[in-house]
Design a protein around this ligand. Structure first.
Ligand code: HNI
Length: 147
């Protein structure tokens, strides 16, 4: 079981409290699709993803970015049992969506860039350390139902 210090919990809650989901969610998913273009293959039903400009102005991408951030919010609210919290979501990504689980980490990296850009000097190494730990627990929970 993952052990969290009070300080780590506070840092994670604080990051989420400073995020505007409607802004950070779309930015993280847009970045993922542009920086790692092979991730576009899962979103063919979203219409035009032809280039960066198309991705940035695609309303389905933006809406789904918000959904993903709300998904992460569930992990933040259940830090003591992220595995269980994500059991169904892991099955969905594995068995129905067939998302290569390596992509979870890539989306996490893009979200980290978005957070760092937003928080700037406030995103200290200490806070980043807690954040990276949180994201690696999230990624490992999402990978769990893959076999
Ligand atoms: Ni993901 C659907 C959360 C990473 C591709 N995804 C969801 C839903 C949530 C979610 C919540 C909606 C589920 C439902 O409808 O019941 N996704 C997350 C989280 C992460 C993540 C928390 C990681 C941090 N998803 C990824 C990645 C990809 C991905 C990395 C592909 C590169 N997800 C999808 C696709 C769907 C999806 C595709 C279905 C979208 C749709 O609406 O058709």
């Amino acid at each position: 079981m993952v052990v969290w210090t009070d300080q780590e919990r506070a840092y994670i809650q604080d990051i989420f409290s400073k995020l505007n989901y409607e802004d950070a969610g779309p930015k993280a998913l847009q970045r993922t699709l542009i920086v790692y273009p092979w991730t576009q293959r899962y979103f063919t039903s979203f219409g035009n993803l032809y280039n960066a400009e198309a991705i940035m102005s695609n309303s389905k991408v933006a809406a789904h970015g918000v959904v993903v951030l709300h998904g992460l919010d569930r992990a933040m609210k259940n830090m003591d049992d992220i595995k269980k919290t994500y059991a169904e979501l892991s099955v969905l990504h594995s068995e129905k969506l067939h998302v290569d689980p390596d992509n979870f980490r890539l989306l996490g990296e893009c979200l980290t860039v978005v957070i760092a850009t937003h928080l700037r000097n406030e995103f200290t190494p200490d806070i980043q350390a807690a954040w990276e730990k949180f994201m690696s627990v999230v990624v490992s929970a999402l990978r769990r139902q893959y076999h």
